[in-house]
Structure formats: C-alpha cells, structure tokens
Design a protein around this ligand. Structure first.
Ligand code: VG1
Ligand code: CO
Length: 543
C-alpha cells in the first residue's frame, strides 16, 4: 500500500454550521470534496499521527463510501487506531460514548441528522473532540480556515475494507476495529436507569411505541426496548435503517412523525410513544392524548431526574439553548441550582458539562441530554421518561398537569419559514437588529414591547464570546419571541421564529398552544416585516 499525496484546490463554502458541515449529497459526492474537508480537519487538529479516532454515521446514502475514504486518509496520515461501527453505523450519542470509553482523541460523525437522506437530499460530516462532544467554535473556525488554503491531501492507494465483519483489520499501519454499534451504548443506559422498574412497568401492560423513522436508532431501540426491557416485538416501528429513511424526513416532530402522533391521539392508543431522528440524538415524547413539547420535557426531566439511579444525587445545574422555553428555569430556581442559557447547538454545552456545572441540557428542537455523553441523546431521554413513569406510576398527561400546576406553563411553538432566498432573509434579520434599541415601550399588534436585544454568549468556563446568536423580544404580559436563521439547512435560508408565553400556576393552563401564542406571533411578524420582505404569510412547519 502506498501513501499518495494528491494535489487539490479548495472548495468554497466548507464552513461548519450549527452542527458540522451539511450540504446536498451531490456536493459531498464531488471528487475530492470529502477528502479536502477531512484533510482540513486533520490539519486543524495538528494531524492524527499516533491518534485514535472513532468513525461512524447514521447510515444515510453515501455513508459507507465516505467512511472508506476517511479510513484510507486516517491511515495515510498515521492514525494508530480507528474504531468504526459495524456497517459504518453509529448513532451520534453512541459515537460520543465510544470516544469517551476508548479515550479516543476525537471522532468523525457522518450525518445530516434530521435532514432527509438520499442522492438528491442531504449529507453531513462533523468532528467531535476528545470529550466526545462537537468541536467548539475555535476548532470549527480553524477547520474552515484550513479548507480555504488546502493544496493537497493524503490517502492510501488501496481498496475498501469489509465493514460488515466485526474484529480488527490492518489498513496500512492503522488498526481498524469494527465494533458492535449498540453494545457499549446499551450498557451505559443500563448503568443509568432502573431497567427492572421499567421492565415491570411494561410487563404490567403499559404499552409503548418507538418510531425509529428508518434511521439509525432502529437497532438500538430493538435491543434496549424489546430485548432488554421486554417490550413486545413490534414496539419499535420503522426499525430498519434505510439509506433514504424510507423517503421520510427523519425529524421527530408532530409534522414529520404524524402517524405516531395520530396513534397516541386515538382512544386505544399506546400509553407512551417516542421517536428519534436520523442520527439518534433527538427525541419526541408523547403520551396518550398528549404531545410533550421538548421545552416542557426538559423541565419535567429536570424536576424528576433524581428518580433514576444515574441522577439520584441530584443535578449540579441545568442548561438550555436560548430559544428553548424558560420552563426549566423555574425548576432550577425551585431546586436552588444554576440554569445556563447558551446559543443554539450542542457544542455550547460541552464546557458546562465538562466543568460539572450542568448535569442536564436541552434544546427546543427535541434535543435533551446529560453529562453521560457530550451529545444530545434520543433514546436516553426516552428511557429517563420511562424510568420516571415507572417510579411515579402516573401517566404522561398527569405528569404534565402536575408540572404546570406546580411551576406554571410555558406555552411554546416554533414557526419555520423554509427556503427563503438568502438575501431577503438576511436583510430581515439585519433590519430588525438595527431597530432593537428603539423597540422598548413601542407596540406591535396588540402587544407592548418590554425589551429587545441580540443574544451574545459569554462562556463562563473558558471566557469565549459568541456574538449574533439570535434576536430576542419580550412583551408585556410574559410573552417572548426569538428570531434566528438556521445553520443546518442546505437550501436558501430558514427563518425560525420561536414563540413563548408564560402562564402562572393560577393562570389558564389548558389553552391550545397556537391559540395562546397567536398575538405574539402576529406582533413578531409585523415587527420583522415578514410578508413585505419574504412574501410569506404562513410558516412551512409549526412544531
Ligand atoms: C438545528 C436546531 C438546533 C440543533 C441543530 C442540530 O439547528 O435548531 O437546536 O442543535 O439543528 O441538531 P439550526 O441551526 O438549523 O436551527 V441535529 O439533531 O440536526 O444534529
Ligand atoms: Co440529530
């Protein structure tokens, strides 16, 4: 096997976004595209000579090919060991766990997560550091810088290796270890949760459904829910990972997982249902007749986590992304623990988790996790819910009611306006940003504005500062709107408008969410001149 040094010219736009580099699959399939990005990662982290890496992905179209490319390149650059999931599969939380368990130097995760897969859909690649978490901005910035001046990459003059067989193979001087993607992760879950209690709940007739959306969690959910916890066969729906996710959109929300929502809304529906996304780091929680917003889920988990063995000592603190509702803040306040507010994207939680300041973290986009790994974790959230339900012996609906009666209710919804042309979307944000200082005390729609600002994050651990992380507007009467542009899309711009209204325990707790938020939505659309600037009147996706 010979090491080849191939000349290359930089590709434009290899800039990691909220969670790694995401582009159309065909962009990634251009000759040299993956190679240039991977070499830039290696260069940015000081090379991989003698290092151990973890590599795996969500199984989408082009996953296997890209992994072979990465393995050849890791070998050509002198990596000592690469740990790969069998078949190239690793859920994002399982990859994070493997990086930590094996004390690897880092990992490459191939996924565009909740974005659809297939030759005409999306692909993604991201680098995680040795704590198991997504590379922080200092590293992603260095990677981007490398992509702009790269002139060559190194690879190996050899064919593909067989990823279907577990065990070790040598690729040049690099030891490639192909591991079962599920077992280490399942063992971690067993250490955190009371599997006996959950097994008893299920054998008592508590019925559950888990929709893996033909994405990576199928094998994990089957092993854990059906094999280890005794849920009947068929509990896991769409459990076989497919390269195009069965042409679905692997985003676990009431829009893209509608069949599951319809199921729990039926009279004879299951007691509990959940779904996860393409790479297994998101979760949607449902109970019979009820959808739990991710923001409420985080708050409920924070209030009840001590009921699970892994968290019986209590929580050091909680953290949420800025647009996530402030429901968990109230729990933290009542518990006397800190609550941190970070920008969108899991990479911002890493320092807080490493420093032991936060135990639980969450995002409104269906991401919840804890210090057990350094990624959000879909099945973990499902198991924590099941553990809590097993201990409390009441339904999801009752848990929510009880929560709202104790802490009040944060009505919440996100409205997405997708595939807007980039210029008008940026102008809209810029224009609103320019007027922020004048907004307090003005009225919009029927509401009075109290405060308006641009969110800047000061990382309390390493002192780094991240600017322009979203526009925040608060209204008299407990309402809030947040506006930001998505950093994971691959087509034009997606404007996300996050809406929130707080009702105290003595207030109205049983409104329909969209109804409760109507005034805030109208005021925000007026303020940002949505229709004038984008031609849009209604959101494409409401979650
Ligand atoms: C979205 C979500 C964000 C999440 C990110 C990655 O980012 O809003 O909360 O961390 O996706 O999730 P954006 O920039 O499009 O709003 V995953 O599961 O797609 O890796
Ligand atoms: Co994901």
């Amino acid at each position: 096997m010979t090491i080849l040094t191939q000349a290359c010219t930089p590709f434009e736009g290899q800039k990691p976004g909220t969670s790694g580099l995401r582009k159309k699959t065909k962009v990634f399939m251009q000759p040299g595209y993956v190679e240039c990005f991977v070499q830039s990662i290696f260069n940015a982290i000081g090379g991989v000579q003698g290092k151990t890496l973890v590599v795996g992905g969500d199984g989408r179209y082009f996953n296997a090919e890209a992994i072979q490319t990465i393995l050849r390149m890791a070998s050509a650059s002198g990596a000592e060991r690469v740990v790969v999931g069998r078949g190239g599969l690793l859920s994002t939380p399982a990859a994070s766990n493997l990086i930590r368990q094996r004390k690897a130097d880092g990992g490459l995760i191939l996924s565009a997560s909740h974005n659809p897969g297939g030759i005409d859909a999306d692909f993604g690649l991201k680098y995680n550091i040795s704590n198991g978490g997504p590379a922080p901005e200092s590293v992603t910035g260095a990677i981007f810088e490398q992509t702009q001046s790269l002139s060559s990459y190194k690879t190996l003059d050899t064919g593909d290796i067989n990823l279907a067989r577990m065990g070790e193979v040598m690729l040049g001087d690099t030891r490639v270890e192909i591991v079962d993607p599920v077992s280490d992760y399942a063992a971690l879950m067993q250490a955190l949760f009371d599997f006996d209690a959950i097994r008893a709940l299920i054998s008592d007739g508590f019925s559950i459904r888990f929709d893996a959306m033909h994405a990576v969690t199928g094998p994990y959910a089957r092993t854990i829910l059906e094999d280890m916890l005794g849920a009947p066969e068929g509990t896991v729906l769409n459990g076989v990972p497919l390269v195009d996710f069965g042409k679905g959109h692997p985003d676990p929300n009431p829009i893209w997982a509608k069949p599951l929502v319809d199921m729990v809304m039926a009279e004879d529906g299951p007691d509990f249902a959940a779904a996860s996304d393409g790479d297994g780091d998101r979760n949607m929680i449902l109970g019979r007749g009820v959808y739990v917003t991710p923001s409420d889920s985080l708050a409920v988990l924070a209030a009840n986590a001590h009921l699970a063995p892994g968290y019986s000592q209590g929580l050091a603190g909680v953290a949420r992304s800025m647009p996530t509702s402030r429901a968990c803040d109230r729990v933290a306040e009542a518990m006397g623990i800190a609550c941190y507010e970070t920008p969108t994207g899991w990479k911002f939680f890493g320092n807080l988790l490493d420093a032991g300041r936060a135990t639980l973290c969450g995002e409104e986009s269906a991401g919840t996790g804890s210090d057990h790994v350094r990624e959000k974790d879909g099945l973990w959230a499902v198991l924590l819910w099941l553990n809590i339900l097993a201990v409390r012996q009441i339904g999801v609906q009752e848990i929510l009611q009880d929560h709202w009666q104790t802490y009040g209710r944060n009505y919440y919804s996100r409205h997405d306006y997708e595939a807007i042309a980039t210029d008008p979307a940026q102008d809209l944000m810029q224009n609103l940003s320019n007027t922020l200082a004048e907004l307090p005390d003005k009225t919009a729609g029927s509401l009075t504005i109290e405060t308006a600002d641009q969110f800047t994050y000061h990382d309390p651990v390493d002192g780094s500062v991240s600017h322009n992380q979203g526009l925040r507007i608060s209204f008299a009467g407990g309402g809030r709107a947040v506006l930001r542009l998505s950093g994971t899309g691959t087509e034009g711009a997606t404007l996300r408008i996050y809406l929130e209204l707080y009702e105290p325990p003595t207030g109205q707790l049983d409104m329909e969410s969209q109804e409760a938020l109507r005034g805030i939505s109208a005021a925000t659309r007026e303020l940002c001149q949505l229709t004038e600037r984008t031609g849009r009147t209604e959101p494409d996706v409401v979650t």
